[in-house]
Design a protein around this ligand. Structure first.
Ligand SMILES: CCCCC/C=C\CCC/C=C/CC(=O)SCCNC(=O)CCNC(=O)[C@H](O)C(C)(C)COP(=O)(O)OP(=O)(O)OC[C@H]1O[C@@H](n2cnc3c(N)ncnc32)[C@H](O)[C@@H]1OP(=O)(O)O
Length: 277
């Protein structure tokens, strides 16, 4: 039985089920029998990742880890989109402080998500470009509904996917496929993504998606958790350490890029184009 409870303060596992008290940017549902958490991104219309959404995700991930969550499904409340990636408005004419705070929270959230000791599965119920693809790739398993698009499309926007975005993709689909996909900024249909291993399974609809996500977690939760998590983090440690040891350099890369007049101009055009669609 799923129980969703709203609350204003953080509390015990059995009493707290929604951590974004004021904004509800993240809906958290915890199965009281199995402990499985469903973290649903809820920033309409497209779950663009702004500071507030990232912060709500980070807070939720910290809480789940502290509460020894046995498994988590990441999904979206939107019918069309899993996540549209980074919020373009966060990068358009920001102050230096705002840009730095934003990028640092993106790093925090990714480090937490990528290194969870418990199993994670992305139930990708919509489009998943750029930062949306990063979130999905940070989970251990990906299941996607048909006829949607996923990929790191940064090159097509005239920007470069940060090294850790690229590393995540390489770790999943291998050097050759990642190189081709990243150079082209290629977006894949769900079916193409399955073919190259960017997603692990396709689902027929949302119900099937959630069932398959639960099946994956059931299987993982049957394994000895400590051994499971040591192996997981062992596989991910090089990618994690690269960012953890190079956080300042990564922030500098972002700041150097984002304040370039040409980048601001393309951002403005891109935002206008999306609004006119
Ligand atoms: C880009 C320059 C960055 C400069 C920094 C330099 C370097 C550092 C590296 C930065 C790395 C960045 C990684 C990223 O994640 S960048 C973001 C890339 N995201 C995208 O390209 C996706 C853009 N969106 C779409 O393609 C579509 O919206 C969709 C996700 C396929 C959904 O389509 P649909 O359902 O048809 O919805 P709409 O297109 O009508 O959008 C509704 C609404 O939402 C606004 N919106 C869409 N995406 C974003 C976004 N990423 N950020 C902010 N807002 C977004 C869109 O403008 C509409 O707004 P209105 O309702 O006001 O019209």
């Amino acid at each position: 039985m799923f129980v969703l409870r709203q609350c204003l303060t953080l509390g015990t596992k059995s009493s707290i089920r929604n951590f974004s008290a004021t904004t509800n940017l993240v809906n958290l549902t915890i199965n009281e029998d199995t402990g499985v958490a469903i973290m649903e991104l809820n920033k309409p219309p497209v779950n663009s990742l702004n500071y507030e959404l990232l912060e709500a995700m980070h807070r939720t991930l910290v809480k789940l880890e502290n509460e020894k969550c046995p498994g988590m499904i990441l999904t979206s409340s939107s019918r069309s989109t899993f996540s549209a990636g980074l919020d373009l408005l966060e990068m358009y004419k920001p102050t230096v402080d705002k840009a730095r705070r934003f990028w640092s929270m993106l790093q925090n959230t990714w480090i937490k998500l990528y290194s969870t000791p418990y199993p994670t599965v992305a139930a990708i119920n919509g489009h998943s470009p750029a930062g949306g693809c990063l979130l999905a790739m940070s989970c251990e398993h990906r299941i996607m509904v048909p006829d949607k698009m996923i990929g790191l499309n940064e090159t097509q926007l005239g920007i470069v996917a940060p090294q850790w975005f690229q590393d995540c993709m390489r770790n999943i689909i291998g050097e050759r496929q990642a190189e081709k996909a990243l150079i082209a900024g290629r977006m894949f249909t769900s079916e193409e993504a399955l073919k190259i291993g960017l997603v692990d399974e396709l689902a027929t609809d949302k119900e099937d998606l959630m069932q398959k996500a639960h099946d994956f977690l059931d299987e993982q939760m049957g394994l000895p958790p400590l051994a499971r998590s040591v192996v997981k983090v062992g596989f991910r440690k090089d990618t994690l350490s690269k960012l953890i040891n190079g956080r300042e350099a990564d922030i500098k890369m972002f700041l150097d890029n984002v304040f370039q007049p040409k980048v601001q101009e393309s951002l403005e055009n891109y935002i206008q184009m999306l609004k006119k669609k």
